[in-house]
Design a binder for this molecule. Structure first.
Ligand code: FES
Length: 84
């Protein structure tokens, strides 16, 4: 099981965390990974940047824009699922 946390702190929220969450949910559903990934909201990681902060397992990604989500999902999340 992989935990993906999307920051919903005020800075990230204003920069699109709601859209990022919706996009990740859609991809989880498309790839039929509901049983493999836990998607959660999180509070501020104190890494507020020009985008949204996401934690994939223990790895932190900052400055994520909704348009980056698909690529991040395929490059950073899917390989971790294959290893599980
Ligand atoms: S509000 Fe998201 S890292 Fe600070």
């Amino acid at each position: 099981m992989l935990t993906v946390q999307v920051c919903v702190g005020s800075s990230c929220f204003l920069r699109g965390s709601k859209t990022v969450i919706a996009e990740i949910k859609k991809l989880i559903s498309e790839y039929k990974l509901d049983a493999e990934i836990i998607l959660k909201g999180s509070f501020c990681h104190e890494k507020c940047t020009g985008g949204v902060t996401i934690m994939v397992g223990e790895k932190l990604f900052t400055g994520v824009c909704p348009g980056d989500v698909h690529e991040l999902f395929e490059i950073e999340i899917l390989p971790l699922i294959s290893k599980a």
